[in-house]
Design a binder for this molecule. Sequence first.
Ligand code: SF4
Length: 769
Amino acid sequence: MPETRDSITDIWGPRTGFEGQEQWPTRVDEHTTEAPDHWVQSACVLCSNGCGVDIGVKDGRIVGVRGRAVDSVNHGRLGPKGLHGWVANNSPDRLTKPLIRRNGQLEEATWEEAMSLIVQKSKDLVAKHTSSSIGFYTSGQLFLEEYYALAIVGKAGLGTPHMDGNTRLCTATAAAALKASFGSDGQPGSYADLDSTEAILHVGHNIASQQTVLWMRILDRLAGPNPPQLVVIDPRRTYTAERATVHLAPRVGTNIPVMNGLLHLIIEAGHLNHAYIEAHTLGFAELKEIVAKWTPDRVERLTGVPADQLRAAAHILGTCKTLVSTVLQGVYQSMQATAAAVQVNNLHLLRGLLGHDGSGIYQMNGQPTAQNTRECGADGDLPGFRNWGNETHIQELADLWNVHPDQIPHWAPPTHAMQIWRYCETGSIKMLWISGTNPLVSLPDLARARKILAKEDLFVIVQDAFLTETTKYADVVLPAAIWGEKTGCFTNVGRTVHISHRAVSPPGEARSDFDIFVDYSRRMDFRDQHGAPLLTSTWQTTEDAFNAWRECTRGRPCDYTGMSYAKLSEGSGIQWPCNEEFPDGKKHLYEDGIFATATDYCETYGEDLETGAPRSKEEYQAINPDGRAFLHGVDYEPPHEEPDEQYPLWLTTGRVVFHFHTRTKTGRSKALQDAAPDSFVQLATEDAARYGISEGDMVEVTSRRGRVLEPARVGGIEPGLVFIPFHYGYWDQADRPRAANELTLTEWDPVSKQPHFKYAAVKLRKVHV
Ligand code: SF4
């Protein structure tokens, strides 16, 4: 049973210290259960890192994986999820036939029966209530070709404005922050920047648990010559925080005061690139005025971060010559999410630290293909980072799809996921098609979400590989093929595109999401304005869809026109833009300090970062950014719910290193499940003593929305704060309430519309079982 290393007991493996761009030594990690007959090129889909892997195949079954040494993302390495998650493909409880609810029970059906029912329901609803009665809620785990098919079906076929992904829950703020500062989605840097950078800033990002392979790269820099200085901002003492040069642990919901305090100190010390600010940015005077109020003493009073620690962090961030910053859910799922995330962009703009080796910003993604949900418009935005307020962009899509521009919903901002769920609740959406996600573990305020899906007048379709907490409420369940069983491409958080080839057949009658969406389009008889079938006249394979997607991206920031299935199958993944000018992709965006903010090019005209009110085209033209980036100053707003006498503690939620999302895959890997078998509540030693709680005691945690029972884990967290991982639901253990989202609240960021999972007021009680 070859396993090159035990990634469960030694998560990141041995050190290979180094320094220098692209000098990270290769180390090929492998885990197989039998010797493969052959290997098939792919990439890992268990987080946003997108590590290159080969899938080992024997007798038509997946028997293991190994890292791809040639891949620029991972240089052969894989983490525990990558090495052990694949066994879920072979799980005996895979869905193999469609299911239809009859007399209250899900019963096996044929594809003909299931698709006919969906199509009949769709046609009836469109006739009686218009296409706005149909909504789609997709994933960050399908492939690019599948999202693009879905986007065309929804926008040009049905013409519904109600389409979003679960990416709204995890990375909507990444997109919003990049658009707000630079005019378009797309990370400015490259992972190779970590190889030479002098300093690294992690804000609300436990990278050691979330992207274990990227953390290996950082650990190897820390073990090599001239290690970078590490600043970590996180209320918890995570694996990442343990390695920090300076760890700032602010109170929940206070990211803005901490970031404003850091920017104030950097401006006050004059650690600025004045020429860069003058030539390439707008808004410096306003930003300076707002952050000036955030003296270290004031920051300490509000956030609990000692003033001398804030100064130490500001000194590192203000004096380093190169800097890589990463931001994730501690910012995106918290108060003032977009406003706080753009402060990190501000830091780089003030210092001119982007667009060259050693400097970059990662407004991180969580899920493996979240970038494609956004690029392809399956999150409600428009494909190719087009602007819903720009008539020329709408016309470009209409020309590509050969439909009238009015067929494409663009009369208002796209409907975001939380609003889609609200429309289901109030009854205007009467059919919800959920693909590749499990909202009854991942949505906030689960009691409300269950009530919505249980509504008699909501027809629910769920497309998944397994029965989940959500399929319990489905009217139709469609069995989906997953990674390894279908061919397609996806893009990691660093703009690197990989191809994942089909290695084995899907089980039973399971079909790819691509086949299902194209079949739906054919059965609905969607046609272009010349009467030709909308997708099926030209799309026979996913490669056809990829080629159509390439044309959709021509001239846009995410230009794929230089890529092909053949080129992507040659070796490493390739970064976009990849076109005639950059045939091998491009490491850095904005090298010349020209950003994607020109009125006719930008992805958005922007929003007010405090209220979310969209800016009109005329208002945007009046600002005339013309390639300059925006510096946004925003002042502090307290969280919408705070601890009080009745609910005296903060709750925050997050991940554990061995699981992904709602564990539909990782929970079916014995190695991963054994490593992290159950949920828990982590609380400070002081709080445990106050409540008389010891390690392992069962604790009832209650918020205004619900309650859970969790075994206690004591220590490693600030007093006043408790933590529950969000992965655990009920499909494999239904004997007690344990999903963290029973407790979370229905609130969201005004700009990105990302829900606030990172704070809620709760109370604790030890229970005797
Ligand atoms: S870091 Fe992410 S992409 Fe890489 S092996 Fe681990 S789970 Fe997979």
